[in-house]
Every structure is written in C-alpha cells, then in structure tokens.
Design a protein around this ligand. Sequence first.
Ligand code: MG
Length: 451
Amino acid sequence: MTTFRAGAATDIGQARAVNQDLYLVADGIYAVADGMGGHHGGEIAAQLAVEALELHFTRPTMDDFVLAVERANDAVIREAKRDPELRGMGTTLSALAGVEVDGEDRIAVVNVGDARTYLLQDDGLLQVTKDHSLVEMLVDEGTVSRADAANHPQRNIVTRAIGIDDKIMVDSFELLPVHGDRYLICSDGLFNEVAPDAMFATLRHFLNPDEAAHELVHLANENGGRDNITCVIVDVVDGGDPPPGPDQASRLVASTTGQHRVIVEVSRHRPDVTKASDGGDGGSTDEGDADDGEDDRSPARTRRLDDLPPPRRLTWRVGVFGGLLVIAVVVAVFAVGFSARNTFYVGFEGEAVAIYRGRPGGVLWIDPTVEEVTGIGRADLPPRLVKEIEDGKDEDSLESARDYVEFLQGEADERIAADAPPDEEPVEDSRAQPRDTTTVAPDSPPGTGPP
Ligand code: MG
C-alpha cells in the first residue's frame, strides 16, 4: 500500500468569529471540511463529517471511500434532524486516501462542494476536483468566463454539500501513486486569497509539508484572511515511477461524478489545470489581479471587501432568504389580488351611486369594476355623504355594500322630502286637515260640542 507524509494547518482568518474548517490527517486518509451553518452548526457538521469519514473507511477501496462520504452525509443529516438549532448545517468535504483497485495501488480523491484537491506539477497546479458551485456551473454553461469566475459576486455559493440531501452525489477520482508527488487539499479560504502562482511557488519551496501548509495559511491571512483557511499537504513517499504522458495529469486514470462512473480521458481534464503563469504578483488574489492589482491591500480596497458579506456562510443564508423572499412576494401578490377582487366599495358612477367590486383606485394591476348602479343621484344626498362616497366607502362584502346603499336611500328620501316645495305639502295636508278638524275639536272636550 502507498505510504504518505503529510502536514496541515488551519486558521480562523482575519474576519470570522469561529473556525468552521476542520482537517483530518490520519493513517492513509486526509481530508478538509468547511462547515456552514449558524449556532455552531458549521463546526459540528465539519466534525461529524470528518469523524464519520474516518470511522467508515474500513477497507481501502474506492467504493468504501465513497461509502464513507455517504455515511458522513447520513451523520450530519441525523444530527440536524435531532437538534432543530442545527437544521440547515452542512459542510463541504474533499479527501484523499490510498486505496487498491484490481490489486493495484491507487490514490482516491473524493469531493462534495468547493473544497479542492490539487496535484503539484512541474509547471503549475492541476486541480483534480471540480467545484460544485454556482459559478462553476455558469462557467460550464459558457455564461461566465473562467477569468470572470474568480471575481463573480456569487462565487461562494455551493451547489452540493454534505448534510443537505439524503441522497448525495460524490465525485471520485482515481490517480496513480507516483513517488515524490505532492497533493494539496484546501478550503476556499486558501484559494480565494492566494493566487495559483503563489500556491505553486510555496509548494515547490518548502519541502516539509507542515511548513508549506503553515506558509500557505500565512499568505492567505496576509492577503485578507476573509474566511477560515485550511490546507493539508500530502506527499507520496513510496509510489511508482511517473507514467508516460505529457505531464502529471496523466496520473488521473478514472473519475466519477456522483453515481455514474465514467472513465475520463486525461486530455479532457487539461483545461482544469491552473497554470502558475495565470496569476499576477505572488501575494495577491485572483480577484486583485483581475481588478486593480497592487491596490489589493490598500485601505480603500480593504474597506470595500469588508463591506461585502462574509464569503459563504452568509451567501448560504442569502440563497435560502432569497427563495423565501420570492415565495413571500408571490403569496403577498396573490393575497392582495384576492383581497382586491373580494372587497367592495360604494362610489359614484357618473352622477349615480354605484357599488364597485375592488378597491378605490384599484390595487396593483386590478382595477375596480361596477357591480351595481343604484337609482340614487349625487344631488339626492347631503354633502357629507357625497364626500364620503367620492372617496369610496369601503365595505367588506356585497351584502354590507347593499346595506349602505339602503341607508343612502333613506337619507336621500328624507332629503327629498325636506326639500320638496311648500305648495305641494298642503295637498296632502289639505286633504287630511278638514277630516281631522271635523273629527276633533281641539278646544272642546269630546262630547261637549254642539249637537
Ligand atoms: Mg470557507
């Protein structure tokens, strides 16, 4: 079985309150987990995942290694279900182990999320793993260029993580162990801060893997340290000779994405090789190189970057918040729409009082419609009611609107009666009065009148 020598370093960085990254350096198995989630969820998710990975990797086979990642997923999900405060926690995980395939020694690399495993080459770094991130998807689709991806505002959103879904898709890669090869497993807190050429130079300069790991963490902190930083460096101590091929990319013999194992031709992985020459000055980030180079460390630059949300924990929440916001807006729009079509008001349709369905002036795209026009005219009503109706008198239902119209009718009748010309009133009275006067003699008690 292949033997390794490893070194590791982790640091909280300059901006975070806790370190949710965790590394594993054990006998023949190495990993980096980058946890996400509040209430210490990220730390717990990373710890559960790493512990389960080590516990369940009992036989050195590729299948067992992938199975151990699936068990890690189960462990995180189980704990999140048990403790509501931990709901939504998750972690990325990239790991490397020595395995056997058909009796041959192999190096197995597994990945879920955007922690990365690189292979140091003569002229650069080969990124063995493929990020499960939104930006990587956009690059694949051709929507975003590889150069723009490093500066993309949503570059920290991951599309896969351990602890999120019961069914997890694990990428796995199978490589030839070659004596002297060096692998780097790291969290995004490293590669988002340190340019590929600086990573390459450091990995080449420090022969001791522990020293190299600490130097990389130091560089990330120097460049801002906006996230937790973790790296594990694994050296192949007793592998075979390099295989024939154009470069070390030829070590990759197979890979799987999720459940579907596919043999990948080496040439198809060439575009993933991150050349050292891609970067700018050794200490700056990709972002700095693309934007304003040396201004990377200027106060103005720092302030602007500090104003950005912390890399992933917040964007993780923003994703959920964004989804909830969309749902809330849709529900609100439908609620308003429903309300707008099921309320009524009394207003004027021309000079006539009418009952409308809807709200005075309309709501959003919904205009009120006339439900009933009454025979009551504007002129029939007292001014105080005219004003009220001009503004639109809200009613909860058609029934209550009709009740109000009935009230208006009463008011109108009274007003008509009060405004009636004086010479019309005696008509009724003149018919009645003689009858009254003949039957009742106001000043004479009954029975005392003249016979
Ligand atoms: Mg991170």
